[in-house]
Every structure is written in structure tokens, then in C-alpha cells.
Write a protein that binds this ligand. Structure first.
Ligand SMILES: NC(=O)C1=CN([C@@H]2O[C@H](COP(=O)(O)OP(=O)(O)OC[C@H]3O[C@@H](n4cnc5c(N)ncnc54)[C@H](O)[C@@H]3O)[C@@H](O)[C@H]2O)C=CC1
Ligand SMILES: O=C(O)CCC(=O)C(=O)O
Length: 437
């Protein structure tokens, strides 16, 4: 096996300290720690550094919703536009109880870097509403979505800012967003949102795209490490849109998926989980694996420490930390989720020779097919699933190779290699446009 990439060294010598209110487990801080290392490697001008670290706009909005019992509740919603340097801003919307502005800021910045790494002509944005959709009816979620969209109507637009699904949002939520926007615009505007149903301008392959990108980049990493898919074991944390599809597609490539998990806990079977059965079970049980009997129970912590070849964290931020990174036995960590590994954990994984395929590369399949969807909507001409998947695989493979090569050139991790590519591209565009003149 090739020598693992070297541990990253950061000095913060050139750049300002992060804002003092940001604590160390904060996702924005976590993003900035990696940004700082890459900026130093690039010897990035300190002025450009300041521009790139700062979101271009933060929208915070109160969303009044009449609940089914007649009570009026007010939710807080966000849309952070991190950058529009490479094109209109792009990024998902998340509905979750722990959504907060610094999380959305980090997710928006990750979108900027992700689009640049994979080569789609978008800037970065992200949205979120602090709410618990598991306790809300479909009608309540629809009213929340429509009011959130109406409040941000001037922000969104096919040439301005284009949302998509993320945690706890789906095609139906995107359809409500499209409809609300179109009512205000007085015309049907399909390209204002991606990840929507096929019937109203969605793309073949978008639902599976993020998991598919996780599969493609994992296979590319296996090739680099001389591993065979047919002999590889896999554990997947999170069994939603990303995790369930990644598990299914890796299984189809010959891997043995021995463990999956969701918020209800983990499920282990040394002979391999029947992923179709698990997906069918979750579909029938309100998206939950609780009670799935095709496997033995284990905790999410135990899943992360399993003796497998590939670990795919596909749930949420800060799952692999300084406390548990030393227990990770996988040779490859494929980050389906955004921000699942803390900077301290990165250092431990690098030291232990684990190849981490960073989130801004591994999960970029979603935004890549969102780009294809936007292109198709604007042309009014729709592609076959085969065409979408072939183009996606080509772009993910190309991005993987560029990041791997950058990591070798700079003698660093794939994560920092990915940041180097992204920052170089966005900073270059910024200078060329003269914004920084
Ligand atoms: N949906 C998409 O196209 C994209 C999603 N992502 C990222 O992938 C991650 C997952 O997103 P989706 O699959 O869309 O969300 P989802 O809402 O469809 O699924 C989330 C899954 O994670 C599980 N989960 C939540 N908390 C957990 C915990 N503490 N431990 C274990 N499992 C837990 C849930 O039970 C569920 O199975 C997020 O970080 C998201 O930002 C990244 C790129 C694109
Ligand atoms: O498909 C998109 O536009 C964005 C998906 C997303 O939110 C992400 O990649 O984190």
C-alpha cells in the first residue's frame, strides 16, 4: 500500500484568529481550521483570505406557522449565501432541531468549496429551519416550507440562488418550494430548485446521486490502495437519502455491507445486511430502522469502531472525534455527510494511515446532478438515467484524481488537497473578476 499522506501542520501565522464566540466543536470553526491549512500552503493573500472566509450574505427569518391544533408557532429559518463568485449560489435546505446559524454558515462554505472541487459553475449557499419535522404533520411541514420560501422570495431564483434537499427535506418539500416561488413569479419556474420530482422537471438520478458519488469515489480510493471491492467490508452510518443509496450501490459493486445505522442505533450482520430489505423496512416505518430484525443491534459508536475496510459516515457533523478516531479500523473513510470528522480526528486518522475521502469530494455527486437538473430545466430537454450516471461518474472520477494528485503534490491529506484546489479556483476567479481590485 502507498505511504499515507502526511499529517497536516497548521501555524495560523499569517491569518487572523477566528471570531472569539466560535467554539471548537462549531462546524464553522471546523471548516475554518482546514481552510487555514490550505490557505497557508497556497500562501493566500490575507485580504483574499478575509473575503473567502466571510459569507457574502446571511438571511435570518421568522416563520409563523398555524399548527394543526390551531396554535401559532414561530420557527427561525436561515439562508446563508457564502459565495457567488463562480456562479449563482447553490445548496440544500435542512429541517432539524439543532440547526443554528454557524452550522448553516459552515454548510454554505462547504458548498462553495464542493462546487469548485467538482467543477460545477455555482457558488455556495445553504438553508435551514430550526424545527423537528418528525413531530410535525405533512400539512405543518408544507405551511412551514411555503412561508420560508415566501419570506426569502427575493433571495431565490434560477440565476441567483438555487436550493435543493438536505437532511429531513425531500422531493415533496422541493415541489412546495417550486410552487410557492412560481405563484409569486406568475410563471412556472422549474430551475429555481433541484432535487424535485421527475414529474415537474426533476432529473433522473438526482435522488441517488449523492450516494452514487460516495460509491464512485470509494471505488477510486480502493483502486489507489490496491483493494478489491469483492473482498471489502463496509459500515455505513446514517440510512437516509445518502447512506441507504451508498450502501446499496457499494453492495452492488460486490462489497459486503456488514453494518448500517440511523438515529435509532446500529445494525450488524457479519454475513452482510440485506440492504433492499433494510430500505423497504425503513420505508414502511417512517424512515426508521428501529425493530429491523435482519441484523444484531449495536450502537453508533460501536459501528464507527468496527473492523471493516470502508467506513462511510453519512449522517451528520462531528461523528468522528478526538475521542473515537483512534478506534477507527477502516482503511478508507468516505464522508457522505457534511463535516462528520473534526479537525482533531483528522490528525489522528492521518497519523494512522486512514485514507479519508473528504466530504467536499465524496458527497459532491448530489450537487453535480443538481447542476445537470438545472441545465435540463433551462434547456427543456431531459436526459436518460444512463446519460446522467455516466456523466456523474466521469466528473466524480476526474475530481477524485485531481484531489489525490494535489494531496501528493502538497504532501498533505486528501481533505487539504481538496481545499487547496477549491480555494485556488475561487480566489483565482475573484482576482480575475476584479472584485478584489
Ligand atoms: N441529500 C443530499 O443530496 C446530500 C446530503 N448531504 C449530507 O449527507 C448527510 C445526510 O443527509 P441525507 O441522507 O440527505 O439526510 P436524511 O434526512 O435523508 O437522512 C439522515 C440519516 O441520518 C440518520 N441520523 C441522524 N442522526 C444520526 C446519528 N446521531 N447517528 C446515526 N444516524 C443518524 C437519520 O436517522 C437518517 O437515517 C447530511 O450531512 C447532509 O448534509 C451531502 C450532500 C448531498
Ligand atoms: O444538490 C444541491 O444543490 C446541494 C446538495 C447539498 O446540500 C450538499 O451537497 O450538501
Amino acid at each position: 500500500m502507498p505511504t499515507p499522506f502526511k499529517r497536516d501542520v497548521k501555524t495560523r501565522a499569517l491569518y487572523q484568529e477566528p471570531a472569539p464566540h466560535i467554539d471548537k466543536d462549531n462546524p464553522f470553526q471546523s471548516m475554518m481550521e482546514r481552510f487555514d491549512v490550505a490557505a497557508e500552503l497556497l500562501e493566500l493573500d490575507t485580504g483574499l483570505y478575509d473575503v473567502l472566509r466571510s459569507p457574502s450574505r446571511i438571511h435570518i427569518t421568522s416563520i409563523p406557522v398555524v399548527m394543526d391544533d390551531g396554535r401559532l408557532r414561530v420557527f427561525e429559518g436561515y439562508r446563508v449565501i457564502h459565495s457567488e463568485v463562480l456562479g449563482p449560489s447553490k445548496g440544500g435546505i435542512r429541517f432539524a432541531p439543532d440547526v443554528h446559524v454557524d452550522e448553516v454558515k459552515a454548510l454554505a462554505a462547504w458548498m462553495t468549496w464542493k462546487c469548485a472541487v467538482v467543477g460545477v459553475p455555482f457558488g455556495g449557499a445553504k438553508g435551514g429551519v430550526t424545527c423537528d419535522p418528525s413531530t410535525m404533520s405533512a400539512g405543518e411541514v408544507e405551511r412551514l416550507t411555503r412561508r420560508y420560501t415566501a419570506n426569502l422570495i427575493d433571495v431565490f431564483g434560477p440565476d441567483k440562488d438555487i436550493p435543493a434537499p438536505d437532511m429531513n427535506t425531500n422531493e415533496q418539500v422541493m415541489a412546495w418550494l417550486l410552487d410557492t416561488y412560481s405563484m409569486h413569479a406568475r410563471r412556472t419556474e422549474t430551475a429555481v430548485v433541484t432535487g424535485k420530482p421527475l414529474l415537474i422537471g426533476g432529473s433522473e438520478g438526482r435522488r441517488e446521486a449523492t450516494g452514487r458519488g460516495v460509491m464512485t469515489t470509494t471505488l477510486a480510493a480502493m483502486e489507489r490502495l490496491g483493494m478489491r471491492a469483492s473482498q471489502a467490508t463496509v459500515a455505513v452510518q446514517g440510512f437516509g437519502n445518502v447512506g441507504s443509496v451508498a450502501a446499496k450501490l457499494l453492495r452492488e459493486q460486490g462489497c459486503k455491507v456488514v453494518a448500517v445505522s440511523d438515529v435509532s442505533g446500529g445494525y450488524y450482520n457479519a454475513d452482510g445486511i440485506d440492504i433492499d430489505a433494510a430500505a423497504a423496512y425503513a420505508a414502511e416505518h417512517d424512515r426508521s430502522l428501529a425493530g429491523f430484525d435482519g441484523a444484531e443491534p449495536l450502537t453508533n459508536e460501536e459501528l464507527l469502531a468496527l473492523d471493516v475496510d470502508v467506513l462511510a459516515p453519512c449522517a451528520k457533523e462531528n461523528q468522528i472525534t478526538a475521542e473515537n478516531a483512534g478506534d477507527v479500523k477502516a482503511k478508507i473513510v468516505a464522508e457522505g455527510a457534511n463535516g462528520p470528522t473534526t479537525p482533531e480526528a483528522d490528525a489522528i486518522l492521518n497519523e494512522n494511515g486512514v485514507l479519508v475521502i473528504p466530504d467536499i469530494l465524496a458527497n459532491a455527486g448530489g450537487v453535480t446532478v443538481s447542476y445537470f437538473e438545472w441545465v435540463q430545466d433551462r434547456q427543456g430537454y431531459f436526459w436518460s438515467a444512463d446519460r446522467v450516471n455516466r456523466r456523474l461518474d466521469r466528473m466524480m472520477r476526474g475530481a477524485f484524481n485531481r484531489v489525490y494528485d494535489a494531496a501528493e503534490t502538497y504532501d498533505t491529506s486528501m481533505r487539504i488537497g481538496a481545499y487547496v484546489i477549491a480555494i485556488e479556483k475561487v480566489a483565482g476567479a475573484l482576482k480575475m473578476r476584479g472584485i478584489y481590485a
